[in-house]
Design a protein around this ligand. Structure first.
Ligand code: ATP
Ligand code: MG
Length: 441
């Protein structure tokens, strides 16, 4: 599904995309450097960023992928407040437990609030007021919202911000089997989100593996800048090394298949969690069973880092020249680079753009009054998946140059073949329609 109808191309001559020649000195990692250099975002304060049009566009692409996967599981999108009353956090015990990471503030009447780092309290208090009967269960609600955490070390740009975007979903169930079932569906959807975003990822066991321990899994994008040390096996086993004992072979041999484990750094992009009755109990949520007995609904929580996964995608897809956006989350799929200002070039650019848009392809036109070298360098920096270079010389022979950013492959093709070729290349392999399903079949 497209974010917009893409009815019009963007024209870089009047697009807000301020690129930088130099790498900003305080940006330590590639995703942070490239997001600044290519004009996707700017820092406003430590760990707080303004997303410029290109950056916001990628966020919307990621959100749409996540939305389709959540809707397909019958979860319903909604919106919870960011500003949350101290009272509710006292009720759960987390006003004190959360510590200095919780951003706290007071209103004019001196009532305490925090800016939500997560929403278990708010959602549990919300459903406590409305859910009375087992007949109302199960259900799942989710939102895309801004989260606040006063991280001790905000760093690495969007990877660890103090203000960031998260998708958080909460499901409520009458019995443990049902929660278990839905949790697993969410985990499968998380794998699909990773795949659709073009990430190389592992589903990582984050629990201690002990019976009675929390049931949870983390999804990690493999990248050297990741803060987690994980071991994994071809058989799909993966674990955070911190959760394994250092005795015996736990860190070397796969407990499932006996092969030697591999090691990598991972960026946690998402986490699924069977929380159980905890917040229902503290926030006073309870439903009556068929026999009239009262129980706390069992909760599952599923968090996905929208902005963090955006940065992770760049960590995995870049080279010396810039970003190589995976097609599904690229701000636009194709840039048409116009060389020279002859009428012939302008006409070919206009026609090609119209045809591509009619074929459902998103188009940017580099019509800036810049040298060809600058345009080529910027196109590689920004990372549009395909570049179509239209110049007078080629047009004489009826050809243009087509470059694929991810492979670097360049070739001359006939002008009239551009749309057919790009339609073929930009077709989504898994382009199925996502029908909304119920949380239960
Ligand atoms: P971390 O261990 O990296 O601090 P977390 O386990 O505390 O993260 P969760 O509470 O599981 O984070 O939040 C769900 C998701 O939100 C994470 O998997 C991550 O993708 C994202 N996220 C968490 N903290 C940040 C942050 N400071 N900046 C950007 N994204 C974040
Ligand atoms: Mg986590």
């Amino acid at each position: 599904m497209k974010v917009t109808t893409g009815a019009n191309p963007i024209r870089l001559s009047d697009y807000y995309m301020p690129t930088l020649k130099e790498t900003p000195a305080d940006a330590e990692i590639v995703s942070h450097q490239l997001l600044l250099r290519a004009g996707f975002m700017r820092q406003t304060a430590s760990g707080i960023y303004s997303l410029l049009p290109l950056g916001w566009r990628v966020v919307q692409k990621i959100e749409q992928i996540v939305r389709e996967e959540m809707d397909a599981l019958g979860a319903q999108e909604m919106r919870l407040p960011i500003m949350q009353p101290e009272e509710m956090w006292r009720q759960s015990g987390r006003w004190d437990d959360y510590g200095p990471e919780l951003m706290r503030l007071h209103d004019r009447h001196d009532r305490g609030f925090c800016l939500g780092p997560t929403h278990e309290e708010i959602i549990s208090a919300l459903i406590a007021a409305d859910i009375k009967s087992y007949k109302q269960l199960p259900f799942a609600l989710y939102q895309m919202n801004t989260k606040y955490r006063d991280e001790i070390r905000p760093r690495f740009g969007l990877l660890r911000g103090r203000e960031f975007l998260m998708k958080d979903c909460y499901s409520f169930h009458a019995c443990a089997d049902d929660l278990d079932d839905y949790y697993e569906k969410q985990a499968v959807a998380y794998g699909r989100i990773c795949d659709r975003m073009g990430l190389t990822w592992r589903r990582v066991r984050a629990d201690s593996g002990q019976i009675g321990g929390k049931v949870t899994a983390e999804f990690h994008a493999i990248a050297d800048v990741g803060e987690s040390d994980i071991v994994y096996c071809d058989c799909a086993y993966a674990a955070d090394i911190d959760t394994l004992s250092d005795e015996g072979t736990a860190r070397e041999i796969c407990p499932l298949c006996g092969k030697k484990l591999q090691r990598a750094r991972g960026i946690e992009v998402g986490q699924v969690f069977q929380v159980g009755p905890q917040y229902s109990q503290t926030m006073g949520a309870s439903y009556a069973d068929a026999d009239g007995s009262e129980h706390p609904p069992l909760m599952g929580c599923y968090g996905w880092g929208i902005t963090r996964s955006l940065a992770a995608a760049i960590e995995q897809n870049h080279d010396e020249q810039g970003i190589k956006w995976p097609l599904a989350i690229a701000p636009y799929q194709v840039v048409i680079i116009a060389l020279g200002d002859s009428d012939q070039v302008a006409e070919a650019v206009q026609n090609t753009s119209t045809q591509l848009i009619a074929a459902g392809i998103e188009v940017a036109i580099d019509d800036r009054n810049e040298r060809p070298g600058t345009k080529f360098a910027d196109a590689d920096l920004v990372g549009w998946p395909y570049q179509v270079v239209i110049g007078e010389r080629g047009l004489k022979a009826g050809t243009v140059e087509l470059k694929e950013r991810s492979t670097g492959e360049k070739r001359e093709i006939a002008l009239e073949k551009v749309t057919a070729t790009l339609s073929e290349r930009t077709r989504r392999p898994d382009s199925v329609s996502f029908e909304k399903s119920k949380i239960h079949e």
